[in-house]
Write a protein of this length. Structure first.
Length: 96
């Protein structure tokens, strides 16, 4: 919890700069997750995973564009990164 609090305070101080950098990070991690998901096939399970990755990434980007409160933007960034990384690793493991 101490790490979360210190990261959030830093994010809040430099909100505009970190938001721009985090859009690039979220997009790159989401794109990698989408690529690996689609490499495993195109059935219902993969399309559902692809929808989840795209939805959480777009939620973060929309929250930045809507200029919502920094706390919501920071939390949506964390959710976006965690979901994308989790699905990326799951699909890499499933591939091999």
């Amino acid at each position: 919890m101490k790490l979360y609090k210190s990261l959030y305070e830093d994010f809040e101080k430099l909100y505009v700069g970190y938001s721009a950098l985090a859009i690039i990070l979220s997009s790159c991690v989401g794109a990698a997750a989408a690529m690996v998901i689609l490499m495993n096939g195109h059935d219902f399970l993969q399309m559902t995973q692809l929808f989840v990755v795209v939805a959480v990434a777009m939620n973060y980007m929309a929250s930045v564009l809507a200029q919502l409160k920094p706390k919501y933007v920071f939390n949506s960034l964390l959710v976006s990164l965690l979901v994308s990384i989790a699905l990326l690793f799951i699909n890499v493991i499933m591939r091999y």
